[in-house]
Ligand binder design. Structure first.
Ligand SMILES: Cc1cc2nc3c(=O)[nH]c(=O)nc-3n(C[C@H](O)[C@H](O)[C@H](O)COP(=O)(O)OP(=O)(O)OC[C@H]3O[C@@H](n4cnc5c(N)ncnc54)[C@H](O)[C@@H]3O)c2cc1C
Length: 312
């Protein structure tokens, strides 16, 4: 094995030519030249400093639940972040970025804290959730985050929620880089029984509305915020107008695209914004569907859909 392999082993388990399809919820993606599994935030920071110092190319992977990895894979280091450290004190939850969002939500409920019950249904890590300002059932990370610790350009920084540039499924990390190392959530005291009930309702709602039994990466496109720049060619229902946002799934449905297939990928018949892997789909199958859907939605509805999933 080469020098880089030996160096990487100081930070965690290392695999070479690891198929990324094994690490994405889409079950799609070619090999990572190096795949390092890092188990805690401090080791992650050390690894990032090392890679930057050496000028090595790397990409972060949390739960792999919001990515489409190319069939060629990644010709560099893929860092898979895991974590177990969750501490609860005075209404604040501190978690390593690699903890799953579900774990953090369950701990918040156990501690009788409210404001993060929606997290019980969101796959992936809390670090990935911060980067994408993940949300569900009317809540999002913006409202729960107190501060985050990040690594950027050799430095470890603390950013408040206000510094994170959160917008709808958006944050400054998408533009300025930065790896989230630790997350602090500030929550309110709640009634434990109500919280459990709310969490169960959230999961039941998801099971009813989202496709079951096929691999996917969740919602492919962002919902469309109603602004002066968007000139809809179709009538928009009142409830979307009132909320100021139009469901991308509804727009896709207006174009009769549910069930549309390319290769082994398909627009879900249950939820127009999900693309599902019917078994053996390639990234190119999914990209063809994305192109087709964007074209049809633009022609029929006058809207340019934006991908929510991150393409690696
Ligand atoms: C069935 C299903 C349902 C879903 N439902 C929802 C939902 O209700 N709401 C919602 O918002 N999303 C939903 N998603 C999408 C996804 O779960 C979220 O976006 C999730 O927060 C992504 O986290 P992750 O750890 O899997 O990120 P990954 O997919 O691993 O990574 C996403 C991006 O973040 C980067 N990244 C990962 N970790 C870090 C880090 N520590 N620091 C900096 N960058 C990082 C990656 O490089 C990549 O660009 C769903 C997905 C699926 C499959």
């Amino acid at each position: 094995m080469d020098n880089l392999y030996t160096e990487l082993k100081k930070y965690g388990r290392v695999k070479v030519d690891e198929p990324l399809a094994k690490h994405t919820t889409f079950k799609i993606g070619g090999p990572a030249k190096y795949f390092v599994i890092v188990e805690d935030a401090s080791t992650l920071a050390e690894l990032l400093k090392f890679l930057d110092g050496e000028g090595e190319k790397y990409v972060m992977l949390g739960g792999g639940s919001n990515v489409l990895v190319s069939d060629e894979g990644f010709e560099g280091v893929v860092i898979k972040v895991k974590g177990n450290s969750i501490k609860v004190k005075d209404g604040v939850i501190e978690a390593d970025a690699g903890c799953t969002t579900v774990q953090v939500a369950q701990e918040s409920i156990k501690a009788g804290l409210t404001g993060f019950e929606w997290g019980v249904g969101v796959p992936g890590t809390i670090g990935g959730a911060v980067r994408g300002n993940a949300g569900a059932m009317g809540g999002d990370m913006k409202d729960a985050v107190e501060k985050v610790e990040i690594y950027r350009d050799g430095e470890i920084l603390e950013l408040t929620s206000g510094d994170c540039g959160f917008g709808y499924r958006d944050s400054c990390f998408k533009y300025n880089g930065g790896v989230i190392l630790r997350v602090w959530l500030k929550l309110e005291k709640g009634e434990n029984r109500d919280l459990q009930k709310q969490a169960i309702n959230n999961i039941q709602y998801r099971n009813q509305t989202q496709p079951q039994g096929h691999a996917s990466s969740g919602c492919t496109f962002k919902n469309v915020e109603i602004t002066e720049d968007v000139d809809f060619k179709i009538d928009i229902p009142q409830d979307f107008l009132e909320k100021g946002i139009v469901s991308a799934g509804w727009l896709i449905d207006q174009c009769k695209l549910k069930g549309y297939k390319h290769g082994n990928a398909q627009v879900s018949e249950k939820h127009g914004n999900f693309i599902v892997n019917l078994g053996g789909a390639t990234a190119n199958d999914v990209l063809s569907i994305i192109d087709h859907v964007k074209g049809e939605v633009y022609n029929t509805c006058g809207v340019n859909l934006q991908e929510e999933i991150q393409i690696i």
